[in-house]
Unconditional design. Sequence first.
Lengths: 246, 84
Amino acid sequence: MAQQPTSSALRALALEYKSLQEEPVEGFRVKLVNEDNLFEWEVAIFGPPDTLYQGGYFKAHMKFPPDYPYSPPSIRFLTKVWHPNVYENGDLCISILHPPVHDPQSGELPCEMWNPTQNVRTILLSVISLLNEPNTFSPANVDASVMFRRWRDSKGKDKEYENIIRKQVSAARLEAEKDGVVVPLTLEDYCIKTKVKPPEHNVDMTDFYDDDYDLDDDDDDDNEGEGAESGDGEYEDGDDSGNGES
Amino acid sequence: MKVTIKSWTGVATWRWVANDDNCGICRMAFDGCCPDCKLPGDDCPLVWGQCSHCFHIHCIMKWLNSQQVNHQCPMCRQDWKFKE
């Protein structure tokens, strides 16, 4: 029984990993740190174009708890990231990865915190938006936060923050070259061109009746008739209440 | 023409009528069961909140029981109340 949560976490992670391989998130690549451990992922984040982080390549490890998705994973950057919400050791501090406990000190609302319908995709999207829009209310790196605010409030005239980021970005770019990764620089390259598949509506009532007939293989006549109907009329009778019966 | 039916076998299928295919918590199909159960059906039912979101009962209970503070729907974060 003690293994039970781990097995459900495994299934959730396997599903997510597969879906991210098939339909990647813009600006990210994911792989497993170790092929036979689904609980540790290596994520590569590409700096979004038209931001300070453009051209950057930031590697991070994501660690999932045994009871995922009931508890959030943690993210630690391996690449040096000077950012108000990243600790010295690379740990990322973002409310979506905090369990929803009531802590008035944190200034975080429970509704911004972890819940089990979050997934790697939503986390990664939050991370990339945090990158360019730090949260300075509860900084993990106070110096970076002060510097960032100076940069922002001076509308970019105070370049200390900008210079550090740019230095880190160019260092990260060398790392990307070493890894044989081409960092997308333009918006066009950055945005993944996904083939949009039309959603499959499995839950409509017509399907319900079709399934009914599919299983009904005792009756040959019926099978042929229904087979033809489901071929051409599946979506037309989407909302009716059982014309197949009449 | 007269047809005499000598025997027949009734077959039925069932399916939960939910507004989604998968449980947002365990990500398994609603027509399957939650990861802790072996068989789909009445032993692993779905429940609806008043917000109209729906989960495997075991998944949402596990989540609500782990929350000391407010019980919210994990989908829309409204207060979770079971729909009668």
